[in-house]
Design a binder for this molecule. Structure first.
Ligand SMILES: Nc1ncnc2c1ncn2[C@@H]1O[C@H](COP(=O)(O)OP(=O)(O)OP(=O)(O)O)[C@@H](O)[C@H]1O
Ligand SMILES: [Mg+2]
Length: 420
């Protein structure tokens, strides 16, 4: 038996816990950049410094939070640590519980059980107004009869701040968001993007400990969404504040987040940096949610042949380059479309459609009974009806347990190859 032998273990709870505890980069690590039309202030050492009054940066800890509506469990035992200065994106399909979790943090939906704390202070039963958190909704929720200036200043007026202090703060926030020339307009005289910025301004003016945002870009058209994404990223870098942001759009999550929490049926599937969740998805759900097209997932069998591990399925025979011996087991084989290359014969299929994406093409193939996509620079040189052979480097092969859906991890074993 080879001392280089390797085996696979099912990554169950221990694995998930490890991925939930991933370290997060601190806000200080980010370069300070320009935001909208306003250049950031520079300190005496020449370093760009924080905007506004150095708002406090909060840590949000969620411990075993559950929310039930009658028979529906919207959020199920979620434990999550949102670090100081994180841009944490809650990502998942419609109805998975993202908004409910955010509303629990905001204090708008009391948890059925579990605990939420802010900077170590238990706020599970604290009213929303005493939480030092600002929420930005998809609907903007602006006051139609108030000007932009009065909409932005509203939270300060509600707190009884002096008129002059409010005016100064509103001017400061408006400059940051590029709204300074629109202060006298009413919401109906603004574009969707401008309204969205006013809603942000109203959150910003309070210097909250953290910003909670529920799909704030979903009312914008595609072009404006892309531009506003970059502005939000800039804003986060400039403020260094903690952001918790809800979306079902994986592009928003991948482009803006410092960490992504994938939610499925009220439970956390994986928490990690965009790179971690894309490169090492912890489950079939995560693998199939991220990527465009998402990861190819094919029911297959892991077998040992001549002392080496292989993955087999109809028209698929992929050697893993790992010595080992184990009884055959059912797995799900995952390969990203960009990691399949024309040539070779590890995967054989027939091309059904080729889509032109401009700089790239996506070929849709039938491999056995499975639908498989290949993505690469245009032209791929493939046409509908072609019978093709494909190859894939072993390091780009992902395996998941067929029953649990959890990722199988490669573990070199000096003792003996085994399956746990
Ligand atoms: N007030 C409520 N009463 C009963 N059920 C609710 C209530 N609010 C949410 N739910 C249910 O809880 C689940 C999670 O809802 P939630 O709004 O958190 O999902 P979501 O992930 O934000 O979805 P979407 O992306 O569509 O906004 C859904 O099944 C929803 O029907
Ligand atoms: Mg929602």
């Amino acid at each position: 038996m080879s001392s280089r032998a390797a085996f696979f273990v099912v990554s169950a709870f221990a694995e998930s816990a490890a991925s939930l505890a991933q370290a997060t980069p601190t806000s200080q690590a980010y370069a300070r950049t320009r935001l909208g039309r306003s250049a950031l202030p520079i300190d005496r050492q020449g370093h760009p410094c924080r905007l506004l009054d150095s708002p406090p940066v909060s840590r949000i800890q969620i411990d075993g939070a559950t929310k039930r509506f009658g028979a529906v469990t919207a959020v199920d035992e979620v434990t999550l640590d949102v670090s100081h200065g994180d841009f944490l994106v809650l990502l998942g399909p419609s109805g998975c519980g993202k908004s409910t979790l955010l509303r629990m943090i905001a204090g708008l939906a009391p948890p059925t059980s579990g605990r939420i704390s802010l900077d170590g202070r238990d706020i599970t039963h604290t009213p929303p107004r005493d939480r030092d958190l600002a929420m930005v909704f998809q609907s903007y929720a602006l006051y139609p009869h108030l000007t932009v200036a009065r909409n932005i200043g509203f939270p300060l007026r509600a707190r009884g701040r002096a008129k002059s202090a409010i005016a100064g703060k509103v001017a400061e926030v408006a400059a940051v968001l590029g709204l300074d020339e629109l202060l006298d307009r009413r919401p109906r005289e603004l574009s969707g993007g401008q309204r969205q910025r006013v809603a942000l301004g109203r959150a910003l003016v309070r210097d909250p400990g953290a910003f909670l945002m529920d799909e704030p870009l979903s009312n914008l058209d595609a072009k404006l969404r892309t531009a506003t994404r970059a502005e939000l990223t800039d804003l986060h870098r400039a403020l260094g504040s903690t952001f918790v942001y809800v979306t079902h759009d994986q592009v928003e999550a991948m482009t803006m987040a410092t960490r992504i929490a994938l939610v499925n049926r009220g439970r956390l599937e994986q928490v990690g940096t965009p790179e971690q969740v894309y490169d090492e998805p912890a489950s079939v759900f995560v693998a199939g949610f991220l990527g465009s097209p998402p990861m190819n997932l094919v029911d297959a069998t892991l077998v040992a042949r001549d002392g080496e591990l292989h993955v087999q399925a109809p028209d698929v025979a992929v050697p893993l380059g790992i010595a080992g011996d184990l009884p055959a087991r059912d797995v799900v084989l995952g390969i990203r479309p960009e990691h399949l290359k024309p040539g070779g014969s590890l995967v054989r299929g027939v091309v059904r459609v080729v889509e032109n994406l401009g700089s790239e093409e996506v070929a849709h193939l039938l491999v056995g009974d499975a639908r498989v996509c290949l993505r690469g620079p245009r032209p791929l040189g493939l046409a509908a009806g072609d019978a093709v052979g494909l190859t894939c480097a072993p390091e780009h092969v992902h395996l998941f347990d067929r029953t649990s859906g959890r990722r199988l991890v490669r573990q070199p074993s000096p003792v003996s190859p085994a399956v746990v």
